[in-house]
Design a protein around this ligand. Structure first.
Ligand code: ZN
Length: 742
């Protein structure tokens, strides 16, 4: 019976593969339209001294011509101005003004331009038509070449679809008749004339970096200023310089300010995933979706770029979809996911919960001999873009060749093996933000201790002997019983954090070896780099790596940081708790302080060399609160420096401020961290939430501290001094003094 059902369900898939889609659907057609925009010879206007404002940005078109593009389904969605003009923008907040000044040495930007390209879903067209007269004119080839050059920055690297960081453009144009969407690409080509030779597809032909200004209807911080990525490899991608909420936002009541801007939510994933002999994925995934806004026609998901969607059923009926995919044999580092657009039905549009069933397949795991690298760690499931992290239920069944071992997020509900194939079903008991897995030729080692959940260490069978033989030649030994060494740190740090913060909801913890990232955590699943399974370094690095990832089960999954601003609540907290465990496990204060001193040196020395000063490349790093945004092509690594290392220092400073100097007791700090964890466990938390907890435990407003270290870019410089006085009882009393130097 079950087999028959499966056969019936697979029929649409086969049909789709044979017939394909005969004509382009709306999502595909609009993409093609945007990538091949042409000026409309009937819609050209001469312009003099025309200006308009979009939130903090003002455009002044001094003189030149504006060309509307040919309409898409009777609607004009883009235009280009060629002539002389200026763009000016002043961010509304001090943090953003200071950050702008780090890049452009001014808190108020003013840029001349010779061409301005616009995509809009707002009142732009009406404003243009109201104040200018459009008529027939000849279109020179330069106009269309310029259009194409501007469009290069919204396209993917092969110029086949829109890049996934421009999904809001399609989303707004496909779903909303009218919205605040406004996208501007601003360039200055004063050094060359329009008729001069220009290769429209070459970024280097621009005489200065283009800037981009956008109002994005799907973000709470919906106003952004971007520039071209300075790294040649990503020359057509953009990076954010300034990002803030629209002016009217600050007049909203507080409870409305944190409201998401999502079109729908995902409640549940139910997936059947077959990993074939070559470990390629063949999946049928059911997604339960619930609309927030009625009338949403096109649902937007991310899906790994190498996955090809065969067919989609929306509430049981064949649905239109658009999912570009890449079948090349090369694994690209430049992007992991691409857009997947799915057309909804009347039931969904009327506001009902719906089921989307997606049939897709492709490579998600890179195999090098006996080593495996999961390239699509979470985007092997279709992911919805959300303003804030959301949680979903998962029920995932994997079918795979039995010689592999598999470990997942969640709990294993069943497992059976038949004729060389293993079927295992994994379910989550509580909603989780993401779901991942790892697979390989693992040897398992289990740790059972009634105080903590069961721990299963999965170490790769192959390679360690071979690597060990190579290392011996360099005088580096290989550790004995490495699964036990890794296991001891995992179990001990788990127990340490549990005592400190209270239990979390993990009921079994899987630890697996990976050839990918150094370390990465998911709920109940930790992947650690192969090197920590080879030997334990004397520096304490391995204890820190292992315990940092364990700490994420509390900081990151127990309490989830709310936005990119709050990422330090996961990373710095995991880092500091990892350092704390390392200090206790090694019983070595020197190593603990060496880590902290190294971190401070990294922060102080960042772009601070004489050479960097001489060439003017000594840009100061931004504040912790700007999170991942502090990393750009010219400020590489700043996010790690701030979110991990400076953030760990912030916690260390708080711990010192709360220390009882008579007894050296740090219970006040421990109590505060436990309170923060238990207050927000199972929820998201923002930096402001953590500040409220510190206010409570300090018994005073801690704004001075947060303004300095979190919202400001100060660097911690403290002088520690101490005095030791012998007491009558033959003991010593130690007086410590911490003095802030800057
Ligand atoms: Zn981490």
């Amino acid at each position: 019976m079950k087999r028959l059902l499966l056969l019936v369900l697979f029929i649409p898939c086969a049909l789709s593969a044979q017939t394909g889609q005969s004509s382009k659907n709306l999502a595909e057609a609009l993409t093609a339209h945007l990538l091949h925009l042409e000026a409309d010879p009937n819609q050209v206007a001469s312009i003099a001294n025309f200006s308009f404002t979009r939130d903090a940005g003002t455009f002044n078109l001094k003189n030149g011509k504006i060309y509307l593009t040919k309409p898409f389904h009777d609607k004009v969605v883009a235009a280009i101005f060629i002539g002389e003009g200026t763009f000016s923008m002043t961010p509304p907040t001090q943090i953003e003004r200071e950050h702008l000044a780090r890049f452009y040495k001014t808190q108020s930007l003013e840029k001349k331009f010779t061409s301005l390209f616009l995509i809009f879903n707002d009142s732009t067209l009406t404003e243009f038509q109201l104040k200018n007269t459009f008529s027939i004119a000849e279109i020179s080839s330069e106009v269309n070449d310029l259009l194409k050059a501007h469009c290069r920055y919204i396209a993917d690297k092969d110029y086949e679809c829109l890049s996934d960081d421009n999904s809001e453009i399609l989303n707004a144009l496909l779903n909303l008749k009218h919205s605040p969407l406004f996208y501007a690409s601003i360039t200055d080509r004063t050094s060359g004339s329009l008729s001069g030779s220009i290769s429209p597809l070459s970024a280097t032909s621009w005489s200065s970096d283009p800037l981009f200004f956008e109002i994005n209807p799907y973000d709470v911080e919906n106003v952004t200023l971007m520039r071209r990525n300075a790294n040649g490899k990503f020359q057509f991608s953009k990076e954010i310089i300034s990002m803030f909420s629209e002016k009217s936002y600050s007049s909203l009541p507080i409870y409305l300010r944190s409201q998401h801007k999502d079109m729908f939510r995902v409640n549940r994933y139910t997936a059947n995933c077959r990993l074939g002999k070559d470990i390629e994925l063949d999946a049928v995934t059911e997604i339960e979706v619930e609309p927030y806004k009625s009338e949403t026609e096109w649902l937007y998901f991310y899906l790994f770029y190498k996955l090809k969607v065969d067919s989609v059923l929306f509430n049981g009926q064949r649905a239109s979809f658009y999912k570009p995919y890449e079948s090349s044999e090369i694994w690209e580092d430049s992007y992991e996911r691409t857009s997947c657009w799915i057309q909804s039905d009347d039931l969904f549009k009327s506001g009902s919960k719906s089921i989307i069933k997606i049939f897709y397949k492709g490579e998600i795991i890179e195999r090098i001999d006996n080593d495996f690298l999961i390239r699509a760690s979470t985007s092997w499931l279709p992911l919805a873009y959300t303003t804030y992290p959301t949680t979903k239920m998962y029920d995932i069944t994997f079918i795979y060749p039995s010689h592999y071992k598999l470990a997942c997020t969640g709990s294993k509900k069943s497992e059976n093996t038949n004729k060389g194939w293993t079927t295992s079903q994994w379910v989550t008991k509580n909603p989780l933000p993401s779901f991942s897995f790892n697979i390989g030729f693992f040897r398992s080692y289990k740790i059972k201790n009634e105080r903590i959940p069961e721990i299963e260490i999965n170490m790769s069978e192959a390679d360690h002997l071979e690597i060990g033989a190579e290392l011996v030649k360099e005088g580096i030994g290989t550790g004995k019983d490495m699964e036990k060494q890794v296991g001891a740190d995992i179990a001990n740090s788990y127990s340490f954090f549990q005592d400190m913060l209270g239990p979390n909801m993990v009921d079994k913890l899987y630890v697996t070896e990976t050839f990918g990232q150094y370390g990465v955590s998911f709920w109940g699943l930790i992947n650690l780099h192969w090197s920590t399974f080879q030997r334990t370094d004397e520096s304490g690095d391995d204890e820190l790596l292992r315990s940092h990832e364990v700490a994420h089960q509390w900081w990151g999954y127990g309490v989830t940081h709310r936005t990119y601003h709050d990422r330090w609540l996961s990373e710095a907290f995991a880092e500091y708790f990892g350092l704390w465990y390392t200090q206790i496990a090694l019983n070595d204060n020197k190593k603990f302080f060496k880590f902290l001193n190294d971190y401070r040196e990294h922060i102080v020395e960042n772009r601070n060399s004489l050479f960097e000063k001489l060439i003017g490349a000594d840009q100061e790093a931004g504040p912790i609160w700007l999170g991942t945004r502090t990393r750009t092509s010219t400020t590489e690594g700043d996010d790690d420096l701030l979110i991990y290392e400076k953030g760990a220092w912030v916690l260390h400073m708080l711990r010192n401020l709360m220390l009882d100097l008579n007894t050296m007791n740090d219970d006040r700090f421990k109590k505060m961290m436990r309170d923060f964890y238990q207050t927000y466990a199972g929820q998201t938390a923002a930096t402001e939430d953590f500040k409220l907890v510190t206010d409570k435990h300090f018994g005073s407003d801690m704004s001075w501290f947060f303004d300095q270290w979190i919202y400001g870019s100060d660097i911690p410089k403290y002088i520690f001094s101490y005095r030791v006085i012998p007491t009558k009882e033959g003991k010593f009393k130690v007086y410590c003094r911490a003095e802030q130097k800057n």
